[in-house]
Design a protein around this ligand. Structure first.
Ligand SMILES: NC(=O)c1ccc[n+]([C@@H]2O[C@H](COP(=O)([O-])OP(=O)(O)OC[C@H]3O[C@@H](n4cnc5c(N)ncnc54)[C@H](O)[C@@H]3O)[C@@H](O)[C@H]2O)c1
Length: 253
């Protein structure tokens, strides 16, 4: 499987450093609006940086988006139209119902698959299983450091209380997991975002209640060195998803 990367920042750097290129997965093409970033990753992985996104679409089996919500809108529908699979990291974009429905319609027609990694949370497998019945409530409480949120505060503050669809617009770089949980549960989930100067981790607590019972998970994420907004586990989840595509078995839901 030949993979092209859209967006060559913190997540794709971690991916390139951790993934083992082999006959089954070859991360070969790189595109970024900052060509130097694409060249940097191409150099590390012996791949090719492209100046024009279109130059890599026909050459790959799958595009891994790790750029931005705007990039999802701009590039991903055309990738799906060509029948190529995608992994989407900027999941917040998918809470735009028109875009999400358009992408799913194209995929049905062309057979291309849209993959969404679990990101920096635990429990997505159980929510997916629970959604076979009725999920009644999902609450995401996210605590982040001031550097992660780009805020300068001296004491803990609540920055946001509301629905995921609103949260991903107000914090487009920070709260993709809210979108992932919403898609998994088929609910516009409840979100609370706090900034806490006493912590240096991105902490996501997820509460889920359904006709199966209820559970709570808490994930204390160490941030990526090059981007404190992004958790290491988010990049690892994309790598594991990629690996899973070539494995002979599927573990979990
Ligand atoms: N799903 C999750 O759980 C999760 C977790 C963390 C981050 N994210 C999201 O993944 C994306 C990447 O995260 P990151 O930490 O690697 O970010 P980053 O800022 O380190 O890197 C993003 C790269 O994409 C490039 N880029 C941005 N918009 C572009 C566009 N329209 N066209 C071409 N290139 C573009 C930038 O130049 C940059 O090099 C972000 O949208 C982030 O919010 C998702």
């Amino acid at each position: 499987m030949i993979v092209g990367i859209l967006g060559c920042g913190a997540i794709s750097n971690l991916i390139i450093n951790k993934i083992e290129n082999n006959n089954e997965i070859m991360v070969k093409y790189f595109y970024d609006r900052d060509i130097e970033k694409a060249k940097n990753l191409a150099c590390i992985s012996n791949g090719t940086a492209v100046l024009d996104f279109q130059d890599m679409v026909d050459k790959v089996d799958l595009i891994l988006e790790s750029a931005s919500q705007i990039a999802v809108k701009e590039f991903i529908p055309q990738v799906l139209k060509k029948g190529k699979d995608v992994i989407v990291m900027s999941v917040g974009a998918l809470l735009d119902k028109d875009l999400w429905n358009e992408m799913k319609d194209i995929s049905k027609k062309t057979g291309a698959k849209i993959h969404i990694p679990s990101g920096a949370i635990a429990g997505l497998d159980a929510i997916k299983a629970g959604s076979v019945g009725e999920i009644k409530k999902v609450v995401l409480t996210t605590r982040k450091s001031p550097s992660s949120l780009g805020r300068d505060v001296s004491k803990k503050e609540v920055l946001f209380v509301g629905k995921a669809s609103e949260a991903v617009k107000k914090f487009p770089l920070n709260i993709n997991v809210a979108a992932t949980l919403s898609i998994a549960s088929n609910l516009d989930i409840d979100v609370e975002i706090l900034v806490d100067p006493k912590i240096d981790r991105n902490i996501h607590q997820v509460f889920v209640k359904g006709d199966f019972g209820e559970f709570t998970t808490e994930t204390e994420n160490l941030p990526c060195e090059s981007n404190p907004k992004t958790s290491i586990l988010a990049a690892y989840s994309a790598i594991q998803l990629l690996n899973g595509l070539t494995e002979p078995f599927n573990l979990g839901t």
